[in-house]
Design a protein around this ligand. Sequence first.
Ligand code: IMP
Length: 183
Amino acid sequence: MRILFATSNHHKVMEANEVGKNFGVEFSQLMERYPEIRDEDVSRVAEAGAKFVFEKIQKPVVVEDTGLFIEALNGFPGSYSAFVFKKIGNQGILQLLKEKENRNARFISAVGYCDSDGVRIFQGLVEGSIAREAKGGAGFGYDPIFIPEGQSETFAQDPEMKNGISHRRRAFEKFCRWVIGRK
Ligand code: IMP
């Protein structure tokens, strides 16, 4: 089964396909832009994006929105993670946490699927912490500063480990299970 995935981020498509291959689901990248609404909930951002793209192309489509929620910063940058990454990057986040003992953070991914029956949302979450310094060259975004719970390396140091346990894997697993179940 082939499903369109509207995103400009090819890393996301590769990660989704790592999951999809276990279910016979293949994600094809669709370079279709959509407005990211301002909302603290990544699910509502994904929902609005999926509806927007479906209405435009009139084909079933997936979009995905991720946020990094840092406990000591009251959940910042959360659903504003893309904007914050562009403005201050990983070094900016490390700077904000310089004096903080509490490094707890989580990634939340929301996959939104829209077809003529409406939108459905599938969430995945991974707990972890923010490293003291950026490490690793793989992945993208905040991967070099995120160490998942129970691991000693960042997502960027160990992409296989990331693929096995990430927020995105967990969200796409839920989606794949659902979509193959309704065939
Ligand atoms: P969005 O989901 O594309 O809006 O991404 C929000 C921000 O988080 C962007 O700056 C991404 O680079 C970053 N991001 C999204 N997913 C991941 C991930 O799996 N690891 C690290 N950073 C991510």
